[in-house]
Design a protein around this ligand. Sequence first.
Ligand SMILES: Nc1ncnc2c1ncn2[C@@H]1O[C@H](COP(=O)(O)OP(=O)(O)OP(=O)(O)O)[C@@H](O)[C@H]1O
Ligand SMILES: [Mg+2]
Length: 186
Amino acid sequence: MKKQSSSPHSSMGFTVWFTGLPGAGKSTLAKLLESRLRVLGLPVETLNGDEVRKRLTKGLGFSREDRLENIRRITYVANLITRVGGISIVADISPYAQSRDEARKEIKNFVEVYVQCPLKTCIERDPKGLYAKAQQGKVLHFTGISDPYEEPLNPTIIVETEKENPEESTKKVLLELQNLNLILSI
Ligand SMILES: Nc1ncnc2c1ncn2[C@@H]1O[C@H](COP(=O)(O)OP(=O)(O)OP(=O)(O)O)[C@@H](O)[C@H]1O
Ligand SMILES: [Mg+2]
């Protein structure tokens, strides 16, 4: 059997983990990064919080315990992808430092991206209309309003989505992946 040639760009698995407030820009950046990496011919999959909660973690709620369990399951899948040399992108609020720390311990080549955006701007953006509902008390346990978000203290990368456009933020991530020798060229 002919040996499969590896991609000229990367042969190493890694996980890019986007964390940040609702509306900070995680899904937007995950989608853009995924398409950039795919164009390079790299094997990439995205675990997006919204989709994950409809499938992998269906039935879990938003208590601290359930949020930790949600992230543990995402971590498990991200690790499987990473271990076989794939790239996994995670886009999830992941509000607790504990769960991000657990993910970092479990996953080799874990790249934590703090998608930073002031709460005020996230509230103005309100892409899903959930901040408005949370402020009216119609959504409980809503991160930033009635649930905590623990900022990453030492993330690999910080993108500031109030100041940067999505292209600029994505470029920052790609350059850092290159610096870390996780991808060869961009
Ligand atoms: N640099 C940037 N990066 C990402 N998004 C940006 C940026 N600048 C402006 N935006 C806008 O901010 C909004 C972010 O929405 P998005 O759904 O990506 O947030 P999210 O972090 O995935 O939220 P949630 O946790 O609710 O899923 C979009 O409307 C996007 O166009
Ligand atoms: Mg999202």
